[in-house]
Ligand binder design. Structure first.
Ligand code: E4P
Length: 221
């Protein structure tokens, strides 16, 4: 399973990239707005830091606008994936950009049929937003199961990128279903690496080592 970080925060990107955990990044205008500053500079920088796929979202809503913007974003690097919204123009742009060799992530997907259409339009990634479905009383993970089944039945190459992840259990469930990618807010990734028994166990080991040092003043680690 690939792990992407869902953020435009450069410190978080560097931190988890240095741990070797990141296969890519997803951003969107809201995440860029949260960080402030010049969004284009930030997007360029992210595309340079990360070697894997970096999804950068268009803000045009017309076909022509998305094509123009998508091509500009792609100039930031060959790892740039153009993120287009799940609209008629977005799918048309997905088709054209994909044919030209510019990979597309179709975003804001909330139904299995939307995912099917994105795959038909040649998307490299489809991004179902599970947390936002949970928020309105649905079970977002059911959507992942349905998309997985459809893509498997017809051998679609489009990768399922589980988005709008809210907690570590979403990651476990996505992994069990066989989703290709999860994109995680830094806080979720941080929670994944923690366990109280790890902290407790480490403290006990260090306390015991301290006792040994007290018995052996020359002992060095
Ligand atoms: C994914 O590409 C989106 O940027 C993101 O996962 C949306 O998550 P949210 O519902 O927490 O805004």
């Amino acid at each position: 399973m690939k792990i992407f970080l869902d953020t435009a925060n450069l410190d978080a990107i560097k931190k988890y990239n240095d741990m070797g955990l990141l296969d890519g990044i997803t951003t969107n205008p809201s995440l860029l707005a949260k960080e402030g500053g010049d969004p284009q500079k930030t997007m360029k920088e992210i595309s340079t830091i990360i070697k894997g796929d970096v999804s950068l979202e268009v803000v045009s809503t017309t076909y022509d606008g998305m094509i123009e913007e998508g091509k500009k974003l792609r100039e930031y690097g060959n790892n740039v994936i153009v993120k287009c919204p799940m609209t008629g123009d977005g799918l048309r742009a997905c088709k054209s950009l994909s044919v030209e060799g510019i990979p597309v992530n179709v975003t804001l997907v909330f139904s299995p049929n939307q995912a099917l259409l994105a795959a038909k339009a040649g998307a490299k990634y489809v991004s179902p937003f599970i947390g936002r479905l949970d928020d309105i009383g649905h079970t977002g993970m059911d959507l992942i199961k349905e998309i997985k089944q459809i893509f498997t039945n017809y051998n679609f190459k489009t990768e399922i990128l589980v988005a709008s992840v809210r907690h570590p259990q979403h990651v476990v469930d996505a992994g069990k279903i066989g989703a290709d990618v999860v994109t995680l807010p830094p806080a979720v990734l941080e929670k994944m690496l923690k366990h109280t028994l790890t902290d407790k166990g480490l403290k006990a080991f260090l306390d015991d080592w301290e006792r040994l040092q007290a018995e052996n003043p020359d002992l060095k680690a």
